[in-house]
Ligand binder design. Structure first.
Ligand SMILES: Nc1nc2c(ncn2[C@@H]2O[C@H](COP(=O)(O)OP(=O)(O)OP(=O)(O)O)[C@@H](O)[C@H]2O)c(=O)[nH]1
Ligand SMILES: [Mg+2]
Length: 211
């Protein structure tokens, strides 16, 4: 079976699971406030404004669950969402936000590193990449840190509605090539549009496989 093929049954099961009750659980600013390791968790990382919070809303079909906004740097803590008392989705603060005060950036970096190193229940990090911009230096830095921490991660392209199908296919090919040099990267790249709900059923099914 191809790695990026999802059966109708898988897609349907995933849809049903994500229709179970979801709620915002807590915001974590200090590592000691992380919840107990009671469920597997999936984390969403990426540059500020890439669409992390919007993707969480699309996956769970709850519009206002994660706060999305046009103001970059909106998500400043690790925000925990509980899905069906079985899974945590973790919304991370975005990186690469130029206007962020240096002190705050250091605080986030420390929090993120402590988080990544201290969560045995963290099953995968989805590294979100804006389809219009491709991989940037700070995305590569994030991926390298994940390689070093030996944390499984996977690239998810966002805002696919903003580029042509041809450009999207080319981007997937280019990124797939780059991933060969990254030891902890899952080889399959997902293309999504939270706006058009494109690729969302498949990403849900991918999450179900990880659990
Ligand atoms: N066209 C389009 N716009 C999107 C999509 N996903 C997110 N956006 C828009 O991108 C902007 C940023 O989205 P957020 O979800 O707040 O981004 P974020 O990554 O959580 O940002 P920070 O919390 O600042 O790190 C919002 O205006 C969203 O409406 C998409 O699939 N298509
Ligand atoms: Mg956000």
């Amino acid at each position: 079976m191809m790695d990026d093929f999802f059966s109708e049954e898988e897609i349907d099961n995933a849809r049903l699971f994500f229709a179970s009750p979801c709620y915002f659980m807590l915001s974590v600013l200090k590592i000691e406030n992380l919840p107990p390791f009671n469920y597997p968790e999936i984390c969403f990382a990426g540059r500020s404004n890439v669409g992390k919070s919007t993707l969480i809303n699309a996956l769970t079909q709850r519009k206002g669950l994660a706060k999305a906004s046009n103001t970059p740097g909106r998500t400043q803590c690790l925000n925990y969402f509980n899905v069906g008392e079985r899974l945590y989705l973790v919304d991370m603060p975005g990186y690469g936000y130029a206007q962020a005060p240096k002190k705050l950036v250091r605080q986030w970096q420390g929090l993120i590193r402590d988080y990544l190193l201290g969560r045995p229940t963290l099953k995968r990090v989805f590294v979100l990449i804006d389809s219009r911009h491709g991989l940037k230096e700070n995305d590569i830095a994030m991926m390298t840190m994940l390689d070093e921490c030996a944390i499984s991660y996977q690239i998810v392209l966002t805002k696919a509605d903003k580029i042509s199908k041809t450009a999207g296919t080319q981007l997937v090919t280019d990124i797939t090539e780059i991933l060969k040099k990254h030891g902890a990267a899952h080889p399959v790249v997902h293309q999504t549009s939270s706006e058009k709900m494109q690729g969302i059923p498949e990403l849900r099914a991918e999450i179900m496989r990880i659990l």
